[in-house]
Design a protein around this ligand. Structure first.
Ligand code: CP3
Length: 341
């Protein structure tokens, strides 16, 4: 039994005194204690060493006391496990030296055995659960198949992922074959994460908003729906799509317990589009954490009033930025904990 189960209760839609709070990318570069470890170990060493991954996961919890922890890892461990080389270059970001551009490239892509390739993630989960001591729930995550395809085809980050979209539109069969392999791997991976102890899972469709609403229905949504279908009986599922307000209706009907909202969609519009059916999560503009702490607190209180305290998880509208002062992140969390009607 988890002592602070506010987050899990909000995912079930239960009535609460205040909404739970966590921040996307809360384990990361705005924290001085994270930067210390970052000096000593490269990115994938941090991901692959359960002692380090679990330590980084609990760092923000110790400092701020969020209502949920998210396992430190990365969405790109999936292509890595599928035998696609992934590097994390300092001051550059992800780099995949052999991007997928043709049907032939696809032949080498495997749907791996999760225990053999990603066992270290399961060990990190078990170690994190011990450190959390059942105080708060632990979230596991994966990228959406479309978002993973973006990196596999583009080979690096991009503002528009033109090559990835071009691949889908010129070689749709190959694109669908790749999306299905990623989906199969992701389902097995998330099932293993739940078995190892995570209490909820979130799917990040970070680049869903690059697709037109129509193309989203072809290249992103059906694969997310497969993942929700496979997971929803095992753990609550949160679907977050950046720039995907147009898909909030489908997301609300999908069987997911919660739907993420970014800051370009108002609370009122998100409730309207999801017909009040589902718990919503979001949507503070990450750059708004640069405002003075007093302003942040007022805006957070206002945001809770707009979403309503029930069926709601307070979060940012995307990941926290590296340049956020630690006291501003604290103001965000504290404002939620101090909330009362
Ligand atoms: O939320 C958390 O605190 C858990 C940790 C987490 C990381 N990546 C650690 C990380 C999570 C949930 C992710 C997911 C992720 N990774 C996404 C989806 C979420 C989102 O923000 O849209 C995406 C698109 C990636 C891919 C990725 N990983 C990029 C583009 C980069 C480089 C850019 C950047 O933000 O630095 C990474 C590296 C990465 N993943 C870092 C961290 C803390 C920073 C690099 C470092 O610490 O050396």
């Amino acid at each position: 039994m988890i002592k602070n189960d506010l987050f899990l209760r909000a995912l079930k839609g239960e009535t609460v005194d205040r909404p739970p709070v966590w921040m996307m990318r809360q384990a990361g570069r705005y924290l001085p204690e994270f930067m210390e470890l970052r000096k000593k170990y490269d990115f994938f060493t941090r991901c692959q060493t359960p002692e380090l991954a679990s330590e980084i996961t609990v760092q923000p919890i110790r400092r701020y006391g969020m209502d949920a922890a998210i396992l430190f890892s990365d969405i790109l461990v999936i292509p890595q496990a599928m035998d696609i080389e992934v590097e994390m270059k300092p001051n550059f970001g992800p780099y995949l030296p052999n991007p997928i551009r043709s049907k032939e490239d696809l032949e080498n892509i495997i749907v791996p055995n999760i225990g053999d390739t990603l066992g270290y993630v399961m060990d990190a989960i078990k170690m994190t659960k011990e450190k959390l001591n059942d105080e708060i729930p632990l979230i596991g995550f994966a990228g959406s198949p479309w978002t993973i395809l973006c990196y596999c085809v583009e080979g690096q980050g991009s503002k528009s992922f033109d090559k990835a979209r071009g691949f889908c539109f010129t070689q749709p069969e190959a694109a669908h074959a790749l999306l299905q392999k990623i989906t199969d791997t992701t389902i097995a991976y998330l099932k293993a994460k739940v078995k190892a102890g995570v209490n909820a899972v979130q799917i990040f469709d970070s680049w869903g908003g690059m697709l037109s609403p129509k193309d989203y229905q072809e290249f992103s949504w059906p694969y997310i729906q497969q993942i929700v279908d496979a997971l929803k009986e095992l753990a609550p599922v949160i679907v977050f799509g950046k720039g995907c307000w147009f898909a909030l209706g489908e997301m609300a009907e999908s069987g997911a317990s919660a739907v993420g909202v970014d800051w370009t969609c108002s609370a009122q519009n998100a409730r309207y589009l999801t017909k009040g059916k589902v718990t919503l999560q979001g949507n503070f503009d990450p750059a708004r954490l640069l405002s003075p702490p007093e302003t942040i607190k007022k805006m957070v209180t206002q945001m809770i009033r707009e979403f309503g305290k029930d069926k709601y998880v307070v979060n940012l509208g995307h990941g926290i930025l590296p340049n956020i002062p630690v006291e501003n992140a604290k103001a965000f969390i504290d404002a939620v904990k101090e909330y009362s009607e």
